[in-house]
Design a protein around this ligand. Structure first.
Ligand SMILES: Nc1ncnc2c1ncn2[C@@H]1O[C@H](COP(=O)(O)OP(=O)(O)OP(=O)(O)O)[C@@H](O)[C@H]1O
Length: 595
């Protein structure tokens, strides 16, 4: 389908790239095609609007003839009523068209937003670790909104304008093809201008979208990191960073407006030329009396041309705006082009032995673009026992937990639970079998109670109180009541956040328990209490503990000591102390520093 009527064959810089065409087809098929009958209704209504103008010109000509020639007052009154009638019809259409079109566009964008949200939910964790939240917000909020405006108002207005131009032009051609051709002889300049401006705009719009994404990311980082910003006196740096981003946005929007503004004066000059041609040429035709045109037809012709100027101007402007919208459409579509790598295998099973051993069998793994972290890693986490992983920071402890839950997939070897490879399991079934207390605890801006309930929405009140009491956070629930905890739980201390996370693990009580630095922020007394509670919780569960503080793992049935992605020692606390190696050294050093 050729979407741009003026593009020449062999043009090296088409106004619609293949990607643009593909994006438009995708949007049409996915979000508009199903509403074709409604689109026809809108089209019918905008045709009526165009026809009203054509009828108006015809009635004006009749009215002028009544005035100039026969002076029939009755005829004049009839013309006035008819003009009033047809414009009332146009007014009705002007009322209905935006309502229907905004509904169509909002519905299309709602479904697109829902698809975007659904798609985001299936993307790998890796996507979120490499994409700034500003970029994601830009796509879901701004770009989706801009598209809605473009589809709902801009495009429908453009279709109405095209209909007006075509219908009125058709009528004018019928009245005098020669005069019409003379008047529009200057028009071929318009597409040339559109092409020139469009290329400029596409480029600037892309930079503007990038700048906006960077600005949003900057705001997000600043507001999340305000504690660090303040303590390290970095307000001026943050302010300058945001100032720089806003200045860039300002420059780009001025450049965008300037590029767009090139269109209007060009069209104004062309309009003047058209009027000169009609007054001169048409006047000459009327005076010479050879063309069958009289004064009334010339005036009606002028009015007709005037009526199509504004719509024609807006259509030209539409093509200019279209370029910006194509960039935005591509931005939205790019999120759909992201495909998850971690998906259910076609033969994925829905049941497995959750109480079996967790085995890492010659596992290789590297983060994208990074050197290998694990090579031939062998580990066994015995069923219903407590296994700890200790080691220097960055040695790969958290990554091991991520591989178990398939937040990442191993590049080689196999991770099995109860004999079934994790990548042969349905992902929800696999993840359902874990309770996790992670290092980066996510607290939502709701009450403590709601935060605990998050992991098991169907939990009873008794279950939630029991979980809270286990970790000694029940008093805090009574004290704070329903008050939200602030963004990211800012109104809780680090230790309180950890207790909320542990209460969640109690509530969920899944057969495999992963504790990643679960008690690191607790004071010694609370840690002892929570440790006892965790000990109770781990009864009958396969438990994996990651900890820096070795006092948190002395009770483990087996301890792996990791160094740069490799197991360097393993055994019980007593065996490792006996060995007198890395673990014993770390334990001794920690005892000294903790007293
Ligand atoms: N998403 C990621 N993308 C790229 N590299 C990563 C990612 N997450 C972790 N790494 C790198 O992988 C290595 C292992 O990280 P991991 O978080 O598993 O270590 P850790 O032993 O748990 O460290 P810590 O004790 O500090 O929490 C580190 O060098 C880290 O920089």
């Amino acid at each position: 389908m050729k979407l741009w009527p003026f593009s020449k064959r062999g043009d090296r810089r088409p106004l619609f790239s293949d990607q643009d065409r593909d994006n438009l087809r995708w949007f049409w098929r996915g979000y508009l095609k199903a509403k074709t009958p409604w689109l026809f209704l809108v089209l019918g209504m905008v045709m009526v609007q165009g026809l009203v103008y054509q009828q108006f010109i015809s009635l004006t000509e009749t009215g002028l003839r009544v005035i100039f020639e026969n002076g029939d007052i009755g005829g004049l009154v009839r013309v006035c009523f008819m003009v009033m009638g047809i414009f009332t019809m146009r007014a009705l259409m002007s009322f209905l068209v935006p309502r229907v079109s905004v509904w169509l566009a909002s519905d299309a964008v709602l479904r697109m937003r829902q698809d975007l949200i659904n798609h985001m939910m299936i993307l790998d964790l890796a996507y979120f670790e490499r994409t700034s939240s500003g970029d994601i917000i830009l796509r879901l909020v701004n770009q989706a909104h801009d598209l809605s405006d473009f589809v709902g108002q801009t495009t429908v207005s453009a279709v109405r304008d095209v209909a007006t131009v075509v219908i009125v032009s058709g009528y004018l051609i019928y009245k005098s093809p020669f005069l019409f051709l003379a008047a529009v002889a200057v028009m071929p300049f318009v597409p040339l201008m559109v092409r020139f401006v469009s290329n400029k705009i596409k480029h600037i719009q892309q930079s503007a979208e990038n700048a906006m994404g960077a600005y949003m990311t900057g705001i997000e980082e600043m507001s999340n990191g305000m504690r660090t910003v303040k303590i390290s006196n970095q307000e001026p740096v943050e302010r300058d960073r945001l100032f720089k981003a806003t200045a860039e946005i300002k420059d780009l929007s001025i450049r965008l407006q300037s590029a767009q503004a090139l269109m209007m004066p060009t069209v104004d000059i062309l309009s003047a030329l058209v009027f000169v041609l009609i007054i001169g040429g048409g006047g000459y035709m009327a005076l010479s009396g050879t063309s069958g045109m009289d004064g009334a037809s010339i005036v009606a012709f002028m009015i007709g041309m005037a009526l199509i100027f504004d719509p024609a101007r807006r259509v030209a402007h539409f093509f200019v705006k279209l370029q910006a919208s194509l960039v935005i459409l591509d931005g939205v579509r790019s999120l759909f082009r992201e495909v998850p790598n971690i998906t259910n295998a076609p033969d994925a099973v829905g049941a497995f032995d959750v109480h079996g051993d967790i085995v890492f069998d010659k596992v290789d793994f590297a983060y994208a673009g990074k050197p290998p972290l694990f090579q031939d890693l062998d580990l066994t986490f015995e069923a219903n026992k407590v296994t700890a992983i200790v080691g220097a920071t960055g040695s790969g402890k958290t990554t091991i937990l991520s591989l178990m839950a398939r937040l990442y997939d191993a590049d080689g070897g196999e991770v099995r639970i109860g004999g079934t490879p994790v990548n042969k399991l349905q992902i929800p079934v696999l993840r359902q079998s874990f309770s996790v207390v992670a290092q980066d605890i996510v607290i939502f801006n709701s009450s403590i109670w709601e935060n605990i309930r998050y992991v098991k929405p169907e939990a009873t009140e008794e279950e939630i109180w029991a979980a809270a009491t286990h970790v000694g956070i029940d008093d805090l629930i009574r004290e704070r009541g329903d008050v939200p905890l602030g963004p990211k739980g800012a109104q809780l201390s680090g230790g309180q956040k950890q207790r909320v996370a542990i209460a969640r693990a109690f509530l969920r009580s899944a057969p495999i328990l992963l504790l990643d630095e679960a008690t690191s922020a607790l004071d010694q007394r609370t840690e002892d209490k929570v440790k006892r509670a965790l000990h109770d919780l781990s009864e009958g569960k396969t438990t994996v503990i990651v900890a820096h503080r070795l006092s948190a793992v002395t009770h483990a049935d087996r301890i792996y000591v990791l160094d740069e992605g490799a197991v360097v020692e393993e055994g019980t606390h007593a065996e490792l102390m006996e060995m007198g190696g890395l673990y014993a050294g770390m334990y001794g050093a920690q005892r000294q520093s903790y007293g």
